[in-house]
Design a protein around this ligand. Sequence first.
Ligand code: NAD
Ligand code: GLY
Length: 280
Amino acid sequence: MRRLNVELAARSYPILIGRGLLGRAELLLDHLRSPRVALVSNVTVAPIYGNAFIKALEGVGVGVTAIILPDGEAYKTWESLNRIHDSLLAARCDRATTIVAIGGGVIGDLAGFAAATYQRGVPFIQIPTTLLSQVDSSVGGKTGINHARGKNMVGAFWQPQLVLADTDTLQTLPPRELSAGLAEVIKYGLIRDLPFLDWLETNMDGLMARDGDLLAEAVERSCANKAEVVAADEFETAKDGGRALLNLGHTFGHAIETGMGYGEWLHGEAVAAGTVMAAE
Ligand code: NAD
Ligand code: GLY
């Protein structure tokens, strides 16, 4: 298992990366405020990973309230956020309940915003299962939902207690989603890590073939870059460079996503096209 740390003083947290981590529910125990979690997932990921993980949590003495949402960018909305809040209240979840997101960036952003807002803020754990969410969205504390007038326009900075990235989950990812995730990986090479860009060019075939060791290496090097950027400029206020660098291609990309209708282009696809446009 590879381990990194996001250094944010009192809000610091570890990123654990490796194979088979979903089978190790005990890794969460040190990061829970009480033995109770609300697990947020969607109808695609829950049957593949969520249900087994719930059993694993119960096996180590953790009570679970499962909140399963529809799948897709089109559901990153107030309605889904309300569904999470409704379920938390119905299950009488209190401030010590940890919200655990298991899924891609849509679930992570939604569950994180629910954690930031439920009872003025409850603990949060990210279990990203797409390449994009393992290398980007699960790290750094940006949470939120889309608005009809713009992507991610409503949200909060809310750091997780832990990020647990099981790279085995990438084996079930649809090919289009793998490629979309690679756009955010390549981004780190372009903005601040040329040796990583060289490494990606050398190993792209192996990454596309889902070689487990190469994927773990790509996730670790991406997260190391993101952790450094976030530690230096958590709230994206630096005048030059800083966290805004992570938004390379995103101004065009978000316009494509909003203009085409959420879910028409995948986020990573829009970022890839936006990066080419920004470069031009
Ligand atoms: P996604 O969450 O829509 O997931 C992609 C698809 O893969 C979904 O259909 C999902 O159900 C499915 N899926 C997830 N894991 C799977 C697995 N292991 N096997 C099979 N199917 C699986 O998309 P995404 O690319 O993960 O995330 C995109 C979202 O992340 C966007 O909303 C974007 O704005 C956000 N984002 C946020 C940040 C941030 O810093 N918070 C950064 C980048 C992107
Ligand atoms: N994905 C951009 C950021 O986290 O700042």
